[in-house]
Ligand binder design. Sequence first.
Ligand code: SF4
Length: 511
Amino acid sequence: MSQNVENIKDHVELFHQPEYQELFDRKREAEGMPASEEVEKVAEWTKSWEYREKNFNRESLTINPAKACQPLGAILAAVGFEGTLPFVHGSQGCVAYFRTHFTRHFKEPFSAVSSSMTEDAAVFGGLKNMIDGLQNSYALYKPKMIAVCTTCMAEVIGDDLGSFIGNAKNDEVIPADLPVPFAHTPSFVGSHVTGYDNMLKSILSNLTEGKKAEKTNGKINIIPGFETYMGNLRELKHILKAMDIDATILADNELYLDSPNTGEFKMYQGGTTLEDGADSINAEHTFALQAYPTVQTRKMIEKKWKQGTTVARPWGVRGTDEFLMKLSEVTGKAIPEELEIERGRAVDAMTDTQAWVHGKRAAIYGDPDLVIGMLQFMLEMGIEPVHILVTNSNNKFEAEAKELLASSPHGQQATVWGGKDLWHLRSLLFTEPVDFFIGNSYGKYLWRDTKTPLVRIGYPIFDRHHLHRYSTIGYSGAINLLNWIVNTLFEELDRNTNTPSKTDISFDLVR
Ligand code: SF4
């Protein structure tokens, strides 16, 4: 029987078979697990205000932080450049985690190599690993640029990337003219957002060295930031095309992370050309669509390149209006009718839906820029944010979020919880419930425990397909956000009104 292919069970069913159920029972017994009544009693207690206070007093333990580590952000920046191989100096387990994380979210292969440091390198230093690694990577994968970052291990022992790469070039294991930008990305400080910034700054500083011209090239630069919605890069390009603006996107990882299936694997797909990257120093102006993954990069652009920078978050109607007007002001290009029509469509969609979302209480967690962008949109829709949780927060973000909330009558109920994790959010959702919450796939566990509807917006999203192909910015992004929010609420409403002759008086066909 067990050999029959017809009997192969999907894992959803498989573990409900009697042999597995017995095995689980025996395991519980062998491990001396408490009785299920006891487990339920404690689980119930974790929903209380008393537990919340204990939970918020915890200092030396983080449970499910809503952030990733620096090198993950660094390699996302690296693959936005043509022919670039991300090279992570440190332990290979870390790199396996980064690749898996991206592959699960984007459903695309993600190529990044590691210098695979082990115990001996931890004691004697990773120079040999780095030299061998650069030599092999260049010989095998023929990159146009190798972008090097580090894991915690290399940082703890204090490996000096600059001198290691210099040695590799002196030893002629890689060509002397191969661009090898590097960024130290210790993960015991900052997050993926900081890592993105460190790597982008390093790549731009490497490529633009000695490239400053007398005159500007008449273009603008746009930095999307730690962007995981490929639809956003397409939306950005659509806006630039509609306005006839010549721009360089730094760094453009759209094709790499959302590549067509042509039957042929290409290791390097699309990306900002190294020539455009080098010429970005001569642009008229740089726009950053996210503030927190571009802090150091913008500083460099302003101080060294002597170029003006603007942070603009085109989320919601007002955010997009402001971005377009600033683009128009800097480039002198008019906002075309095409974009006005798109704006009208977004306003129309918001008007159709507003009665269903106005006054709804919501929680949100995620990266600082995503949260600010979403808050802009939520306030615009009359949604009332209640719990705002950002693990990789800082004082600047908190001040910015509070100012935004204070500017709207719908922001008055909100508390900004900086540096907190998803176990804190669990307590918040139990003690001060909301109508829905917004976050990445890890919110699934909070949905299961608290039964609060989850709207999946953020990174990573592992358990739903294709969301990363949509936009969250621009007028079309506003419609997508609205769609995800209101239809989640409708699903919930249908679930709560589907008992015949009991709750189904509101089980309506038309919403
Ligand atoms: S936190 Fe450090 S050790 Fe952990 S995956 Fe990131 S780089 Fe590796």
